[in-house]
Design a protein around this ligand. Structure first.
Ligand code: GH3
Ligand code: MG
Ligand code: MG
Ligand code: MG
Length: 298
């Protein structure tokens, strides 16, 4: 593991924390809490990679802490390992049912704690990598359509609460079939990757999202962006792609690869299907295509 993982140790008995820390501090960053409430506070503020959780604690027991961790979308993926008294089968089963990934028994065996923690951190890292891959486009490294749809749903929900503008851009490379036909599919793939990189450079606010939506189509989601601002972003993207200067002798729009962009802005939540915003941007894209391509409509 390249970066040292952060392990949160929760136990109301300081001697237990000392034993667990001693077993783990060589390999991992350690933080600790001595009560259930403190554990939740620390978990929320530092997002540890793994939690070692005592069951019996006076203010809030480990089960309740685990339940709250699993109920919080920001914490739910953190593996929780209970530390229970040896032979306490009922406690182990209950902990696993609540969502703990494993348990270690007291009295603590340092080598067993080390091995279990290491295994679970490795599995967590693999799960995170898989989750990231599931929303990433392999050719461009941008997000994919699944990512777009997930974030769009979240943003439309937020729109219902905040009534801030939400703009959607759909981009499509012009005359791309002809590009493939004249330069080959491999050059076509390279072209898509370059357009994706230009798009990523143009869409830089932390809240903005740029994805490869399909073959030679891209989409952007621009939260809290007015229609005028979105039109400006769209023009900037269009210009950046043209300025890449990728030759395209068969294009009727320009001697270079160009994109057309459709823009739609939601100003309030009207209960419509989130995908209707994509559809609205797609209709504008069609208008930009009709108008001669290498242009923006919205
Ligand atoms: P328009 O200006 O109207 O958008 O014309 P177009 O030729 O770009 O549109 P059309 O949808 O007819 O063709 C898109 C082409 O994109 C067809 C398909 O072979 C190509 N394409 C889709 N995905 C990929 C890909 O991953 N790599 C490559 N090289 N080509 C792709
Ligand atoms: Mg205890
Ligand atoms: Mg297309
Ligand atoms: Mg096209």
């Amino acid at each position: 593991m390249s970066k040292r993982a952060v392990v949160l140790i929760v136990d109301d008995e300081v001697s237990n924390i000392e034993i667990l820390s001693a077993a783990l501090e060589e390999q991992h960053e350690i933080c600790f809490a001595t009560s259930g409430r403190e554990a939740l506070e620390v978990a929320r503020s530092i997002s540890p990679d793994l939690v070692l959780l005592d069951v019996m604690m006076p203010d809030m027991d480990g089960y309740e802490v685990c339940r709250r961790i699993k109920a919080d979308p920001l914490l739910a993926d953190i593996p929780v390992i209970f530390t229970t008294a040896l032979g306490d089968q009922e406690a182990e089963v209950r902990g696993l049912e609540i969502g703990a990934i494993d348990y270690v028994t007291k009295p603590i065996s340092p080598v067993i704690v080390q091995a279990r923690v290491r295994n679970h951190l490795e599995m967590k890292q693999m799960r995170d990598q898989l989750a990231a891959l599931a929303v990433t486009d392999a050719l461009t490294g941008l997000g994919n359509r699944r990512k777009m749809e997930t974030i769009l749903n979240q943003e439309v929900m937020r729109l219902a609460r905040t009534e801030a503008n939400l703009s959607v851009l759909i981009l499509d490379i012009d005359f791309f079939k002809r590009f493939n036909d004249s330069y080959g599919h491999t050059a076509g793939d390279r072209c898509i990757a370059m357009v994706g990189a230009a798009l990523a450079r143009a869409v830089r606010r932390a809240a903005d999202l740029a994805v490869r939506y399909g073959g030679e189509e891209f989409a952007c989601l621009l939260p809290e962006t007015s229609h005028d601002e979105a039109m400006e972003v769209a023009s900037n993207i269009r210009e950046r792609v043209r300025a890449l200067g990728i030759p395209h002798s068969q294009s009727e729009a320009a001697p270079h690869v160009t994109v057309s962009v459709g823009v739609a802005t939601a100003t309030c939540f009207n209960g419509a299907d989130p995908m209707s915003w994509i559809k609205a941007a797609d209709e504008q894209l069609y208008i930009a295509k009709k108008a001669g391509r290498n242009g923006v409509a919205g």
